[in-house]
Design a binder for this molecule. Structure first.
Ligand code: PHE
Length: 344
């Protein structure tokens, strides 16, 4: 029996040495130390031994088990250590490598310009008003003195959704809505920035979607000279103190009289060059005194109240201010273009 135990010990130790991973080691543990293992088997035959031999063999069997168990434990520790080191090596990070630069974003040029214009008008006592981009025909046209079939509707080719719903073609419907909410009482002093839509083919100066800022001031005794003063302040703040404005007669169905505002050319300051086509002036926006019909439809008495309105396109202003030659640059989002204006 002694020999058998010795033999089993050598066999087990051999297998422990050969085990390549924790799983194999576990198999050895079960095979040699488990209840159905060969050592238990040997101990079961102890009944046949003499009383003197029995404790000796018992002791020996325990020693053998102990030795095998210790060998397995030691080997297990070793294997776990090797596995851990391999894992650490695989997951190691070289903290000395240079980092990848994170691209920093910034507000879009149009967003910045619109905010700048908003601040300027807020400083003159205007409030910001907003309205829906999907608009009723009534507010987009009729309430602005453009009844159905009016030829001037063709000035603004529209995306209709139903017969009475369209993508708004300008921000002027917000003035009609805001006036209506005031129920015939002034003052109404607002600017309305927002997106507008027209059925135009995109090219360097046209976009089917662009932005506008509408301005409206309705109160008792609002005069054309107030409009001129506000627009002059705006033009000098945005384009520079050395710029002049001029108003030319024009036509809009919702204003009477109507004007178009030009600013003196930045290049020649009015004397004429190729940028301003030798005129010395560059067209900026449309404006006028609110038409009595528009006041009436919104519930204001045109004998008591007067007002002015203006509408401008931030894209056009940005193009002139920053020398951008194609409106599509604002919408194709080429980061090389947009990045130039992060600190503008
Ligand atoms: N709504 C006009 C347009 O889009 C601009 C405008 C607004 C003109 C207010 C006069 C007064 O063309």
């Amino acid at each position: 029996m002694k020999e058998r135990l010795e033999e089993l010990k050598q066999e087990a130790l051999q297998r422990v040495r050969e085990a390549e991973d924790v799983k194999q080691l576990q198999e050895v543990r079960v095979a040699y130390l488990g209840k159905k293992g060969p050592i238990t088997e040997v101990l079961r035959g102890m009944g046949k031994l003499s009383a003197e031999e029995r404790p000796v063999i018992g002791q020996l069997a325990n020693d053998v088990r102990g030795e095998i168990a210790t060998a397995i434990d030691t080997k297990q520790e070793q294997l776990e250590k090797v596995a851990l080191e391999a894992k650490l090596a695989e997951e190691s990070i070289d903290v000395t490598l240079p980092g990848r630069p994170v691209q920093q974003g910034g507000p879009h040029l149009l967003t910045k310009l619109i905010e700048e214009i908003e601040d300027l008008f807020i400083g003159m006592g205007f409030e910001i008003a907003e309205g829906p981009e999907v608009e009723q025909d009534y507010y987009n046209f009729e309430a602005l003195n453009l009844p159905k079939g009016h030829p001037a509707r063709d000035m603004q080719d529209s995306f209709y959704i139903t017969e009475d719903l369209l993508m708004r073609t300008h921000t002027s419907p917000v003035q009609a809505r805001t006036m209506k909410n005031h129920e015939g009482r002034g003052p109404v002093k607002i600017i309305c920035p927002g997106k507008v839509y027209r059925r135009d083919t995109d090219d360097a100066t046209h976009s089917h979607q662009f932005t506008q800022i509408e301005g409206l001031y309705v109160d008792k005794n609002v005069r054309m000279s107030d409009l001129k003063g506000v627009l002059d302040t705006f033009a000098k703040k945005i384009f520079g103190q050395n710029r002049e404005i001029r108003l030319r007669p024009s036509f809009f169905p919702f204003t009477e009289p109507s004007v178009e505002m030009d600013i003196s050319c930045k290049i020649c300051l009015g004397s004429g060059c190729s940028v301003c086509k030798q005129t010395g002036w560059i067209e900026i926006l449309g404006a006028g005194m609110v038409h009595p019909n528009v006041l009436k439809m919104a519930g204001f008495d045109p004998k008591v109240y007067t007002g002015f309105a203006f509408g401008m396109g931030p894209e056009r202003i940005a193009m002139l201010k920053y020398g951008v030659d194609d409106i599509r640059h604002f919408y194709t989002n080429d980061n090389r273009f947009l990045k130039q204006f992060h600190n503008a």
